[in-house]
Design a protein around this ligand. Structure first.
Ligand SMILES: [Zn+2]
Length: 376
């Protein structure tokens, strides 16, 4: 995405306009800091098949509090592995051949990634659809490719978990950008959510996991716009509702680790919060405060982290075309002003705090479980 600086977002915010560090519990900045990340991800060669780490609580209908079950099922090692698999840190086997997914800009690099993504979701038992759309030739193709994996629920009414897989990079060096944070981090959260949800029974709603193309490359959310149009046609033809779009974009970089000045004035405790954007804060007045409230409740119930709710009308990531279509949606992002994304360079694993990404993932995936009505 092309991010609006944190402070302009803060000042545009309807929910958190008064302070550069407002959180859902502004009075409580004493929450314990998350431990620092733990360094390199492990090598593996069995990527692309469904991960199976986790306990026996991943089979059958969850007992007790199903969202706590999901929160606890989120696995740090699994997230780390998925992140490294998706961004070239690990060798992966895709369709029987060993490869590294080192970039997601060229048509060939993106095709390799799609095959990996399809293999992962197929192994989890989902139907995977490749949805094409026309696109002006920017990188040697005139067709974009969105990927959709469908996990049916009792109702066809759908929750969309959307992330973009394409990336850009320093001009002329795009194939050298592994795009680990933007948006490898979102892909890792999405794939971890799929692993957990596919192993649990009792889903009220259908889940559509979407890896969108041309969020970055055309800088115009073309893939997301195409997906929303597709899904609206499907919903109309088949008579289901599109309930909400949940977007994970850039969630693994820590301003506290790199330079606390990048966290802005009055920084909260290290790695103690992340951003939740469910409102535009502009004249368009897209606003879904119930989503901000919902995720804050999950964080308060299970985590030491806080949610910083802000508004952002810049329309720079995958959920925005849902807002334009009148569909509720939100995105989560890391706190602070990340200097490594899009064409800025150094969006590598070295800038990722895996512990921070893991703790955000726990909250996001537990909240997504709530949105899909798990265990009901
Ligand atoms: Zn992005």
């Amino acid at each position: 995405m092309s991010r609006t600086p944190l402070f302009s977002m803060m000042c545009a915010g309807l929910l958190a306009c008064s302070s550069g560090s407002s959180t859902s519990s502004p009075s409580d900045h004493a929450s314990p800091a998350a431990p620092a990340g733990d360094g390199a991800g492990g090598e593996s060669d069995d990527a692309g098949t469904a991960a199976t780490s986790g306990g026996s609580d991943e089979a059958g209908a969850p007992a007790g509090d199903p969202y706590k079950t999901v929160f606890d099922a989120v696995d740090k090692a699994s997230i780390d592995k998925l992140l490294n698999d998706a961004t070239g840190g690990n060798t992966v086997t895709v369709d029987g051949a060993s490869t590294r997914l080192t970039e997601r800009w060229s048509p060939a690099g993106k095709a390799r990634f799609r095959a990996f993504w399809k293999q992962y979701f197929t192994a989890l038992g989902m139907t995977v659809n490749e949805l094409t759309f026309p696109i002006p030739n920017l990188v040697g193709e005139t067709t974009g490719h969105n990927m959709e994996a469908v996990l049916p629920g009792a109702s066809p009414d759908s929750v969309v978990i959307i992330v973009h897989y394409d990336s850009v990079g320093i001009k002329g060096k795009e194939t050298q950008n592994p795009a680990v944070d933007d948006d490898g981090s979102g892909l890792a959260i999405q794939m971890e959510a799929a692993r957990i949800f596919a192993g649990l029974k009792g889903r009220t709603n259908t889940v559509r996991f979407v890896a969108a193309d041309y969020e970055e490359i055309s800088d115009n959310l073309d893939g997301d716009v195409a997906y929303v149009a597709y899904l609206q046609r499907e919903a109309k033809a088949k008579g289901f509702k599109i309930l909400v779009a949940s977007d994970d974009d850039q969630t693994g970089w820590s301003c506290w680790d790199e330079d606390v000045k990048l966290c802005g004035a009055k920084p909260p405790a290290a790695n103690s919060t992340f951003l939740m954007i469910s409102c535009s804060g502009d004249k368009k007045n897209y606003a879904y405060p119930e989503l901000a409230k919902g995720i804050a409740e999950v964080a308060a119930a299970y985590s030491t982290m806080k949610v910083t709710a802000v508004c952002d009308g810049s329309g720079d990531t995958d959920h925005y075309p849902f807002w334009q279509a009148g569909i509720p949606g939100y995105v989560i992002e890391e706190y602070g002003d990340n200097p490594h994304y899009d064409d800025t360079g150094n969006d590598t694993y070295k800038t990722i705090n895996v512990q921070y990404l893991f703790q955000i993932s726990q909250i996001q995936i537990a909240y997504q479980a709530k949105l899909i009505g798990l265990g009901k």
